[in-house]
Design a binder for this molecule. Structure first.
Ligand code: 13P
Ligand code: SF4
Length: 365
């Protein structure tokens, strides 16, 4: 039997240097029993320990293919849930700080989505004509909701393909929780803006008339990312005035106008790849989280590429930031002693249906 877990309080006050020594030592002891998956937004002092990195889609695939007993997920809660859902029953998904959530994911919950479905049912034959599509930035029970209703999950890198799949089955999509990704995806498919309406979950019938609901091709949940909403068209305009040859790339969680005025729009992995593969001596304005942008700027500087952050203010994902060396050292040291802390375990009844929606996505994309 293992002794009780080491309390985090002992790690809270640890200086970073001491944490790094303990992380290295613990990793040595754990060896191949654990794999460390890191999202691109992780801070540099944690990212340096990644075995594998990626955007949400790539990390979901990596989690489903992992063969180590422990998957330590340096990212946010929904990502560790996906790792738990897609990994084998004997594998264990761990999130070093349970407070690392996603504020956008929290903008939709099962009670509100079920109410929306019921209210849509007053106007439409909802099960026959609406495919529910949840962005991967959502809780497991919402993925299960989609799994149970012929729906699917999407990420920022496959949303177009997933929307094609959804429309091939039913005439409308209910897209949650990110209205911006949904709108941009619809626009790229040629759907007019007035056929995409915003469903406000805090209003009766989403604040829409029967006519608006009947006419809509995509019902966009009123949710957004607080980090990506900081980027504004004015930032792009100023950059273009100063650097007419510069290029602009944005994440599709940015507002419609920011995406429309960008030269490229794509997932974090797409942003990294595009700038890595760009011609030397090019200049880039990037609309996504600051840790990614700073790291990329450093990496491509030797090729004469200049990478600038889109907003004039610092906007980091404060929840991603919560995974710090202290929490990583605490998690790994416990693991080295055979103790699991911060296990993410999706209840079985949700897991099965959520897996169905995720596997549909992996098969389609
Ligand atoms: P990616 O799938 O592009 O990595 O996006 C995840 C995310 O949360 C962006 O804010
Ligand atoms: Fe969620 Fe936004 Fe952070 Fe991405 S950047 S994890 S969408 S809060």
């Amino acid at each position: 039997m293992h002794t009780a877990a080491i309390n985090f309080d002992k790690f809270r006050q640890l200086q970073d240097e001491a944490c790094h020594a303990r992380i290295r030592e613990a990793r040595e002891r754990i060896g191949r029993e654990a794999v460390l998956l890191c999202h691109h937004y992780q801070r540099a002092d944690v990212y340096q320990y990644a075995d594998l990195t990626g955007d949400s889609l790539k990390l979901s695939r990596l989690a489903s293919q992992a063969d180590s007993r422990y998957i330590v997920f340096c990212g946010v809660h929904f990502m560790a849930e996906v790792a738990d859902i897609l990994s084998k029953p004997e594998q264990v998904a761990i999130l070093p700080d349970l407070a690392a959530g996603c504020s956008m994911a929290d903008m939709a919950n099962l009670a509100k989505v079920e109410r929306c479905w019921r209210e849509l049912g007053e106007v439409l034959e909802v099960d026959e004509c609406v495919t529910p599509v949840t962005y991967i930035n959502s809780a497991a029970d919402l993925k299960a909701f989609c799994g149970a209703r012929g729906g699917i999950v999407c990420t920022s890198s496959n949303a177009g393909t997933i929307a094609d799949w959804a429309f091939s089955r039913r005439e409308k999509i209910l897209f949650f929780p990110d209205q911006h990704l949904g709108r941009w995806t619809g626009h790229r498919m040629g759907i007019p803006l007035d056929e995409m309406v915003v469903w406000d979950p805090d209003l009766e019938m989403g604040g829409l008339s029967t006519e608006q609901i009947r006419r809509a091709r995509i019902l966009l949940w009123k949710g957004h990312c607080s980090v990506h909403q900081m980027f504004q068209p004015a930032h792009i305009l100023r950059f273009r005035n100063q650097h007419p040859d510069g290029l602009v790339i944005a994440h599709p969680e940015c507002s419609f106008e920011v995406c429309r005025q960008s030269d490229f729009v794509g997932s974090t992995e797409h942003i990294v790849r595009t700038i890595r593969e760009a011609a030397p001596n090019t200049r880039w304005l990037v609309g996504t989280e600051l840790n990614l942008v700073n790291r990329l700027a450093e990496e491509v500087r030797p090729q004469g590429k200049i990478v600038q952050f889109m907003a004039p203010t610092v906007c980091m994902c404060s929840t991603m930031q919560r995974i710090d060396p202290q929490h990583l050292a605490w998690t790994l040291e416990n693991l080295a002693e055979g103790r699991v802390v911060n296990r993410i375990s999706v209840p079985e009844h949700e897991k099965e249906l959520a897996r169905l929606a995720l596997e549909r996505m992996l098969a389609v994309s």
